[in-house]
Design a binder for this molecule. Sequence first.
Ligand SMILES: Nc1ncnc2c1ncn2[C@@H]1O[C@H](COP(=O)(O)OP(=O)(O)OP(=O)(O)O)[C@@H](O)[C@H]1O
Ligand SMILES: [Mg+2]
Length: 380
Amino acid sequence: MATVTYEKATRVYPGSEVPAVDQLDIQIEDGEFLVLVGPSGCGKSTSLRMLAGLEDVNGGSIHIGDRDVTHLPPKDRDIAMVFQNYALYPHMTVAQNMGFALKIAGVNKTDIRTKVEEAAKILDLTEYLDRKPKALSGGQRQRVAMGRAIVREPQVFLMDEPLSNLDAKLRVQTRTQIAGLQRRLGVTTVYVTHDQVEAMTMGDRVAVLKDGLLQQVDTPRNMYDQPANLFVAGFIGSPAMNLVEVPITDGGVKFGNSVVPIERAALTEAQGKGDTTVVVGCRPEHFAVVTGDGDNGAASGLAKADEKKEAGLAVTVNVVEETGADAYVYGTAEFGGEVRDLVIRVDSRDVPEKGAKVNVVPRPGETHVFATGSGERLSD
Ligand SMILES: Nc1ncnc2c1ncn2[C@@H]1O[C@H](COP(=O)(O)OP(=O)(O)OP(=O)(O)O)[C@@H](O)[C@H]1O
Ligand SMILES: [Mg+2]
């Protein structure tokens, strides 16, 4: 087991001017499960492959424990990797597939058998050891690929979207198994996914990348409660956080007929940056519905909007999505004369009709404030 440290690690592919990974700084603890997440092309696989030794590091360094592995060949790094396309050898049995790396390394047959059987037990593959891969389900094949990594007892596991070939239900099951297995084995793991739900449910900590730049590395809880910038705010959480640009007014920001109080420090900071607006974020589950009535006078038109007595922001319901446990209203509301889309979670037993109006206010303390220009978080 070991720590992993990226220190300003940079990868510029030949023929490209922009780094695919730009001065990446992450310290991963011994035994930690760290998930790299971000949109396609943000540099997740490149970061992982730099750690594996499959991609040159053009700047900075990478350490495993106190060993500088920046320029070591892959075989000397003591890592095991599980890829998305975990191509198993079709002519070999499950046991032979799992033991192959050990055989190449010259480990004797009895030791290989013992290690393979141990791994098979952990992975629930014992009864399949003599089968060929084509006679296995997708999930079982995936576990064989995990088994290949486990038998090598590496210092670090590297996994690049290992679940993306599985169907939705199996993915959910297998992600729980992998997370549980990692905790039991206690092997430091770097796991790549583009699925933020997978990242949030599996990781001890999550690192969000965008355009080769690390945006935030934090526990899932902190990432959700205190996104560091607009990008992370919009990326983490499903449905995504509502983000609206609003003018700064005394004591807060205007949300329909209500003023939502915002920390003075946040507004002062925004003004210090020369901004006249801020971006306010509120997650779908953090709105309170103050009225649920279909006719609250909003139909009387724009000119009278200011005379309305209804508190909060009037949202017109366009679509209601019911998942069983939850219901989400997809609607529109007016902000400073502009119509904006909003998503609001409502009580699944008290769902408004399509076309109705509901008035909502953000729950106290559940708003996020970001600088319009830089996108940085301003509130605590
Ligand atoms: N071998 C290569 N040569 C040149 N550019 C590359 C190479 N591999 C990746 N890139 C570029 O580097 C950037 C990062 O790619 P990378 O594969 O790390 O992204 P990713 O986050 O893993 O994306 P995905 O979710 O689609 O797998 C992309 O812009 C990609 O086009
Ligand atoms: Mg990738």
